[in-house]
Design a binder for this molecule. Structure first.
Ligand SMILES: Nc1ncnc2c1ncn2[C@@H]1O[C@H](COP(=O)(O)OP(=O)(O)OP(=O)(O)O)[C@@H](O)[C@H]1O
Ligand SMILES: [Mg+2]
Length: 323
């Protein structure tokens, strides 16, 4: 089973009464991925991660971690670590003592004391290790959570919104820590509702909405599929608007608050034809500036209508040609 992907989820579902918290989710996390599980509040991220960690039972579908089912045996969690929501520790004990207790749970191990020092170093808590956890900041507790996960020398780390609630400095440190762990060869799946964070950290992403995956793939592919939007300013924007509306390959025309128009184009050919049509109409071009669609633009498109999208679907949606 050594060749099996770190995470393979098929048809995963979880129902709480009327609420379908997770609905038919498929995803594959490959070795070496930093995989972003991105969605707004209530999208089903924590519920999905709980099922992946074997903490709750799916209503439908399956999870495989390196080919093994965490529902069938805790052995499936060998090499896997993580936490959902906030990690829990004894507040009246020190960070180091909490880690000693965590290590003891995995059975006697002569290497544990050295590893505790190593993980404290990795997460930057060495000099606060003797302080009581009750006096730790939220960010320090998150880092201690990662330290306890690292004790198990995981090949796969599953983290639920690891930067939520941290100040900008804490977020930066946590992201750097995730990058460092990935550089050590640990595969990471992290959930987030922050596009910029996922864009910065992750090579692959699943965008979830109301329990369903709206997009799964690489960010580069998603950005490429999004194509270009353009900002246009002319000598006569009223006339330009009419030209845009009549032009094939031009879509989603809207006004900018400070004057000018934005639109999306099916390709550069459509933009070239548009510029000619504008000149012929007498609306002379003052500015025509391409802008790469942000992940945020895409996120709203994907999560508003709830459809499952491939990069081709996204491209088709963005390049809709007005009739
Ligand atoms: N134990 C539970 N009992 C009933 N409903 C639940 C339970 N756990 C989650 N839900 C519901 O499932 C849906 C998904 O919740 P979940 O916590 O997975 O979302 P999330 O994406 O992690 O959101 P957030 O960004 O706020 O953490 C929500 O509607 C939530 O109310
Ligand atoms: Mg959550």
């Amino acid at each position: 089973m050594t060749g099996a992907a770190p995470i393979e989820v098929r048809g995963l579902g979880k129902r709480y009464g009327e609420i379908l918290a997770v609905d038919d989710v498929d995803l594959t996390v490959e070795s070496g991925d930093v995989f972003g599980y991105l969605g707004p509040n209530g999208a089903g991220k924590t519920t999905s991660l709980r099922m992946m960690l074997g903490l709750i039972r799916p209503s439908a579908g399956s999870v495989r971690l390196f080919g093994r089912d965490p529902q069938l045996s805790v052995a499936a969690l060998e090499g896997v670590a993580g936490f959902v929501e906030a990690p829990c520790f004894y507040p009246y004990l020190s960070g180091r003592t909490n880690l000693e207790l965590c290590a003891a749970l995995d059975g006697p191990d002569d290497g544990a004391p050295a590893r505790i020092e190593e993980v404290l170093e990795i997460v930057g808590l060495r000099d606060r290790a003797t302080d009581k956890v009750g006096g730790y900041s939220h960010g320090m507790r998150q880092r201690l959570g990662i330290a306890s996960a690292l004790l198990r020398q995981p090949r796969l780390l599953i983290l639920d919104e690891p930067t939520t609630g941290l100040d900008p400095g804490g977020m930066r440190d946590m992201r750097q820590l995730v990058r460092d762990l990935a550089a050590r060869g640990i595969t990471v799946l992290l959930s987030s509702h922050l596009l910029a964070e996922v864009e910065e950290l992750c090579n692959r992403v699943a965008i979830v909405r109301r329990g369903r995956v709206a997009y799964e793939g690489s960010l580069a592919e998603l950005r490429r599929a999004a194509g270009l939007s353009y900002r246009l300013r002319t000598t006569d924007d009223e006339r330009a608007r009419r030209v845009l509306a009549a032009q094939s390959g031009i879509a989603e025309v809207s006004d900018l608050s400070n004057g000018g128009l934005v639109f999306k184009a099916a390709g550069e050919g459509a933009v070239a034809e548009l510029s000619l049509a504008l000149v012929e109409s007498g609306a002379l071009v003052l500015e025509l500036i391409p802008r790469q669609a942000t992940l945020e633009d895409l996120f709203f498109q994907l999560t508003e209508d709830g459809a499952t999208a491939t990069p081709d679907d996204v491209a088709a949606k963005i390049a809709q040609v007005p009739v």
